[in-house]
Write a new protein. Structure first.
Ligand code: 13P
Ligand code: SF4
Length: 366
């Protein structure tokens, strides 16, 4: 028996156990009408209800392949936008709490990137001949469209290397936004020296650079970062290694260059899980969001793997955390009544060119 949907304020007052039971019942009653996608950073009480879990790339593929009428995205706003862009017009992507944004994605707006592009043109001439725009998937749909319209492309933390190689095969320079760390860490591992990279400070004219620096650079890195991953510091790694020299150090590529240089393995959330799953028993020090690290610790403890969080302070992704079990329940029970709450719709004028940039990415990393 499925209960009648309650207003969100009342759902918020339910006992946690009742919330869990009602989610399970609503999910079952919706059957194939709904697919719930869960990013690895979701809290356990939400994550356990996902039909599919994954990193940004895997979930984008899942959304594109889904036949379900409703795609409920337990993740952040840009992920639900990608699901809408890649799904059929009769499917609806839903974000259970619209406040679940990404602070890094908010560090680059279309106005700022368009201004940067114009300023690059002042220095380089037609920027489109010289510079390939590459946006990390952690960005608004209109920035993906910006790339799509200029021959550019999207990347995720899983395929940034292939995407950058693709970009440099076509143009001598890359403008990479919004995450400077993913761009720098990936390019450096591809053999690009740090001297060939500059940081574009989007708050300053010409990115705070001299025209000569722009002419010389191969990689122009937007000055964006993830507020969660910037909390991991090289001194945390060194202090841990002093106590446990044998420990394997694992970092997400949104971590700083210094942290990634100290890591034994750098990869996306999905790749991190694989690394620990396939590794030998022993200690792992992991620099990525707390929910995922705690899940790894629980899952692999029986195999003799001790998984530790890299920072001494708690670093949660507070926007991922916005998706509460109560919001998920409220979303599902409304769907049962035929009401769609919090749909994410990207207008076709933006979705079309954004899809182009995403499809280029899928060609590069099928
Ligand atoms: P992944 O694609 O590696 O899951 O990363 C997404 C993200 O937002 C990490 O902060
Ligand atoms: Fe955005 Fe960082 Fe949260 Fe990932 S962890 S969703 S990059 S704020």
């Amino acid at each position: 028996m499925v209960a009648k949907p309650l207003p969100l304020e009342e759902v918020m007052g339910l006992e946690p156990r009742a919330v869990q039971e009602r989610i399970t019942a609503a999910r079952e009653a919706l059957g194939e009408e709904v697919v719930i996608l869960g990013h690895h950073y979701q809290r356990e009480e939400v994550f356990r209800h996902a039909h599919h879990a994954g990193d940004s790339l895997k979930l984008a593929r899942r959304a594109a392949a889904s036949r379900a009428r409703y795609i409920v995205f337990c993740g952040v706003h840009f992920m639900a936008e990608v699901a809408d862009i890649l799904s059929r017009p009769d499917q609806v992507a839903i974000l259970p709490d619209l406040a679940a944004g990404c602070s890094m994605a908010d560090m680059a707006s279309l106005a700022q990137v368009s201004r940067a592009w114009r300023e690059l043109e002042e220095v380089l001439g037609a920027a489109g001949d010289q510079v390939m725009p590459v946006t990390y998937i952690n960005s608004a749909a209109d920035l993906k469209a910006f790339c799509g319209e200029r021959g550019g492309i999207v990347c995720t933390s899983s395929n940034a290397r292939q995407v950058l190689a693709w970009a440099w095969e076509r143009r001598p320079k890359v403008l990479f936004f919004p995450d400077q760390h993913l761009g720098r860490n990936t390019a450096h591992r591809m053999g690009v020296p740090l001297e060939d990279m500059v940081v574009w400070d989007y708050g300053r004219p010409l990115g705070g650079l001299e025209p000569e620096q722009i002419r010389r650079a191969r990689l122009i890195l937007w000055k964006g970062f993830c507020s969660v991953h910037q909390m991991f510091r090289p001194e945390h790694v060194r202090a841990f290694k002093e106590r446990h020299p044998e420990a394997r150090v694992v970092a997400h590529p949104e971590c700083s260059f210094e942290v990634c240089e100290l890591a034994d393995f750098v990869g996306s959330t999905e790749a991190i899980i694989r690394y620990v799953a396939e590794g030998p028993p022993g200690r792992y020090l992991v620099g990525t969001e707390l929910n995922l690290v705690e899940r790894l610790a629980r899952r692999f403890a029986p195999e003799g793997k001790q998984v530790h969080f890299m920072s001494p302070t708690v670093c949660l992704c507070s926007t991922m955390f916005r998706i509460s079990p109560e919001h998920l329940l409220w979303t599902l029970e409304n769907l049962l009544e035929g009401r769609v709450v919090n749909p994410i719709r990207v207008p076709e004028a933006v979705a079309g060119p954004a899809r182009l940039a995403l499809e280029r990415m899928f060609q590069v990393s099928p």
